[in-house]
Design a protein around this ligand. Structure first.
Ligand code: HEM
Length: 410
């Protein structure tokens, strides 16, 4: 690879998963753009590089509309992943304009800040309910962070309460396939989860066709029936995307925030004082963004080069894959003063946690609202929470979340 250093990142190394920031800092200082031959990617670590490339229309999330697998030098499609590959082709996160624009336009309305704000009372109620039954010692992933985002996105879409227990296991199996490197067992489980999830959504869509309700699935079914803007495969794939994307990172963001506050007691004390103010107060907005910047739940994303061009003296060739460490950009001292410190009132705070450009997170207003309400209520109820020494285990790097977080309240 011309002009750039080579380096191989052991992305799934448990120490790196536990705390990727020191190595990311070192790489940002010594090899801010490097080629990783094993992952076949050109990685970027500086904020300015990442934010400028994310806005560049010569990059995209998908390449297969322009080049065949042969032209890319890829092996034949993995027969174990047939259902997963079909799913990927049909949801907006892996689409490019004009298809992306067509479908995003249909769903964006459901997630505008004002629509989402209408959910505040419901979210407060759900949080209060879940905190009420927590004992003095609990797993903050399973008992606190998981239930809220799963319930909220399921209610928005229209998944009945009796079926909600199905969502998290399907989602966990599917998101394993986004990691760099997965086992045969994970491949099979992920593909099966797509099959089962798709068949579930198809059945639900049929029910909504027969008996419409006030939910997002009904709205999408009605668009699909009109026959122009959404086909049946896109309907299913996007519902699965919303259900998965609508909770995974929020669960991880909430538990990482509790851990980060535990590690920075000054910030924790300041936020506990802020529980005197309602969750609509500005401090809860800036604090949530700062906690999401500080520990980024989705630390890296990729883009394909759609046409040849030069960037920072490096020739980017059509068909090349680039990897962006949002987590590194979020700690770049050239963008953020004192980046390793949680500054709860940091403003401006143009972090990369929700991405930038065409694929900017649709659910950002919802994630912010859920996190603000949940964190405030948690700190109000458990101002003295502590986290005993424990070996922290993360589920992966691409979707980086704690498997378990034991919390004790006194
Ligand atoms: C803390 C929580 C969340 C984080 C950190 C997060 C992060 C992101 C990021 C970084 C992207 C862009 C990916 C890229 O650059 O390639 C994205 C896209 C997306 N997110 Fe989120 N997200 C969160 C919560 C949510 C929620 C609650 C929803 C609800 C539906 C959601 C739905 C989506 C969708 C549908 C996309 C695809 C948008 C597109 O391709 O146009 N996310 N998210």
């Amino acid at each position: 690879m011309q002009n750039v250093p080579e380096y191989h990142l052991e992305i799934n190394d448990p120490d790196f998963l536990r705390n990727p920031y020191p190595l990311l800092e070192d790489l940002r200082n010594t090899k801010p753009i490097f080629w990783d031959a094993a992952w076949k990617k050109l990685w970027f670590l500086r904020y300015e590089d990442i934010s400028s490339l994310l806005r560049d229309k010569r990059l995209g999330r998908s390449i297969f509309h322009l080049l065949s697998r042969d032209e890319l030098g890829f092996p034949a499609p993995d027969p174990r992943l047939t259902a997963f590959d079909a799913f990927q082709k049909n949801h907006i996160l892996d689409m490019e304009p004009p298809n992306h624009t067509r479908i995003r336009g249909l769903v964006q309305k459901a997630f505008t800040p004002s629509r989402v704000e209408n959910l505040r009372l419901r979210i407060r109620h759900l949080v209060a309910q879940s905190l009420e039954v927590l004992p003095n010692s609990f797993d903050a992933v399973r008992d606190f962070a998981e239930p809220l985002p799963v319930t909220v996105i399921a209610e928005l879409l229209g998944v009945p309460e009796t079926d909600r227990h199905l969502l998290r296991p399907w989602s966990s199996a599917i998101v394993k396939l986004y990691e760099l490197g997965y086992s045969d067992i994970q491949a099979e489980a992920g593909n099966n989860a797509v099959l089962e999830f798709s068949s579930y959504i198809k059945d639900l869509a049929t029910k909504r066709r027969q008996m419409p309700q006030d939910d997002l699935i009904t709205a999408l079914v009605q668009v699909e029936e009109a026959g122009e803007k959404l086909n049946a495969d896109e309907l299913v794939a996007n519902c699965i995307l919303f259900l998965n994307a609508g909770h995974e990172a929020t669960v991880n963001g909430l538990t990482s925030a509790l851990l980060a506050l535990h590690h920075q007691p000054e910030a924790k004390a300041e936020l506990i004082t802020a529980t005197r103010e309602p969750d609509t107060a500005k401090i809860w907005q800036t604090a949530v963004d700062e906690l999401l910047r500080f520990d980024t739940p989705l630390p890296m994303f990729e883009r394909w080069v759609l046409e040849d061009f030069e960037f920072q003296g490096v020739v980017l060739k059509k068909g090349m894959e680039l990897g962006f460490f949002y987590a590194s950009g979020n700690r770049d001292p050239n963008k953020f003063i004192n980046p390793d410190k949680i500054l709860l009132t940091r403003e401006p705070n143009q972090h990369l946690t929700f991405g930038l450009g065409t694929h900017y997170c649709i659910g950002a207003p919802l994630a912010r609202l859920e996190m603000g309400v949940a964190l405030r209520a948690f700190l109000e109820k458990f101002p003295n929470y502590s986290i005993p020494e424990q070996l922290l285990e993360y589920s992966g790097f691409v979707i980086r979340g704690l498997k378990k977080l034991e919390v004790i309240s006194s």
